[in-house]
Design a protein around this ligand. Structure first.
Ligand code: DLL
Length: 447
């Protein structure tokens, strides 16, 4: 095919006969991936332009046409979109296929405004299950492992997305969903699953649940955790792996693009998530100037979906801040550093930028402090103040934890450059996660 022909859509291959083996695309080297990305992106641009009026209008306004896409670098000619683009198309005006081709609809939580609605065709669901299965295998899940899935089922993509991936990998799945910690403790104790899928903060809540039931978390059957949907740090990994005697790997995704399974961490290297570049094209942009940055530079992650039929997504600004690195365990697929945070979750305290994940990293270095903390922002006079409420470890006395709190305060001052207040809380006194944990409480406008 020459570069001027009408591009062809992607079609899923038959499910693998041996789901324990790598997908052929996992072996691709970078040039093969780039060629595939070019062809698939070219199809996606045409598909979006001809079937979604909002894309046609956007590209016409910018004076670009899918014909202008003659090499992968040309993607920068096309404007980015963000949540607003999808909100303006609420609920399904950006659909590129007739409704009778749609098989599933998910929606984002919409905590900050109107939710975004995302639809999937049969092919989209096949692609998702393939990538979710690939992600789980990459993180150490094997066919036959019993999988306890504690990601929320429903409009949130975590539950169903991970579920179909685990089934496709050949695993029995317990569709537990989030919450009901006592019940989860019982099901894990009785069914002896090998794998748990949930957010990292919920796994901490489960650890408490086991301890309360008199079962040391290390004595459970859980050997693999595939954890994501919220930022977490290497310090948290150490905490979780020693609490549970398991391998804990990261998994990334967002509902506008897919859900869990866009990228995952290899259990062999545990060095950041490999992005499945046969289906997603990542870029890093300077969040302020929108300039495209080189690999290795820190900025905002922007994704284009290469094979999505129902809802084409091209150059979507995620607001997630990270850095792209070369592939390791899967050489053709670049990795991303852990997400530091979302640009819209960034606290700006008297001019200094700060993310909850930075506090987590430092707090976990101090042995008298637990990973259970929340951040309160107030404005008692004219200046903003940050108070970190953090639980002491049960093994530490109140005085030891107070000293730990002072240490936390001074390390934050030295490394991040801001001054904050520390309040030591008693063990188990702060709210626990039941999914994505809310860490920031902005009380500046509270009376
Ligand atoms: O959280 C999808 C998902 C479910 C991913 C289960 C992994 C596991 P949304 O609700 O749309 O989708 O939220 C997406 O969550 O833009 C990031 O800010 C954050 N996020 C997701 N995974 C990670 C991760 C799902 N591994 C938003 N590390 C994204 C850090 C993450 N942040």
């Amino acid at each position: 095919m020459t570069r001027h022909d009408v591009p062809q859509p992607w079609t899923p291959s038959a499910p693998p006969t041996d789901p324990g083996q790598l997908d052929p695309e996992e072996h691709y080297h970078q040039e093969q991936i780039r060629e595939l990305q070019f062809e698939r992106l070219r199809w996606t641009l045409h598909h979006a332009y001809h079937n979604v009026p909002a894309y046609q209008q956007l590209y016409d306004e910018h004076g670009v046409h899918p014909r202008d896409f003659t090499s992968l670098e040309d993607i920068t000619l096309f404007p980015c979109i963000d949540k607003e683009f999808l909100r303006a198309a609420y609920p399904l005006k950006a659909l590129a296929v007739p409704m009778d081709k749609v098989r599933r609809i998910h929606a984002s939580s919409g905590t900050t405004g109107q939710p975004t609605v995302v639809a999937y065709t049969e092919n989209d669901l096949q692609m998702w299950a393939t990538l979710a299965a690939r992600s789980l295998r990459n993180s150490g899940v094997r066919p036959g492992h019993i999988v306890h899935n504690a990601y929320g089922y429903g409009l949130f993509t975590g539950g169903l997305g991970a579920h179909y991936g685990a089934e496709r990998l050949g695993c029995p799945v317990v569709p537990m969903s989030g919450g009901q910690t006592e019940k989860q403790v019982q099901m894990i104790t009785d069914l002896q699953p090998d794998v748990i899928l949930c957010t990292p903060t919920y796994l901490l809540a489960l650890a408490d649940g086991f301890t309360k039931a008199g079962i040391p978390p290390r004595d459970t059957s859980l050997k693999v955790g595939v954890l994501g949907a919220e930022p977490w740090t290497d310090g948290m990994r150490v905490e979780i792996e020693s609490l549970f005697d398991m391998k804990a790997c990261d998994i990334y995704g967002l509902s506008e693009l897919l859900g869990p399974g866009m990228a995952s961490e290899s259990v062999e290297t545990q060095d950041g998530c490999h992005i499945w570049e046969d289906h997603f094209y990542p870029e890093i942009l300077d969040p302020f100037t929108s300039e495209v940055l080189e690999d290795g530079e820190h900025g905002e992650l922007v994704f284009s979906a290469l094979t999505r039929e129902a809802l084409p997504i091209i150059r979507f600004r995620t607001h997630d801040l990270t850095t792209l690195r070369p592939g390791t365990a899967r050489a053709g697929h670049r990795r991303m550093d852990r997400i530091v945070g979302r640009s819209d979750d960034m606290i700006i305290l008297r001019g200094v930028n700060l993310f909850p994940s930075q506090i987590e990293e430092i707090a976990l270095e101090i042995e008298t402090l637990s990973p259970h903390f929340l951040l309160e922002i107030t404005r008692p006079k004219r200046l903003d103040e940050l108070t970190i409420k953090i639980e002491r470890r049960e093994t530490a006395s109140a005085a030891e934890a107070e000293a730990g709190g002072q240490e936390l305060r001074s390390r934050i001052k030295n490394r991040i450059g801001c001054t904050c207040n520390i309040e030591i809380a008693e063990p188990h006194s702060l709210a626990r996660s039941s999914g994505k944990l809310r860490r920031i409480y902005d009380l500046r406008n509270a009376h």
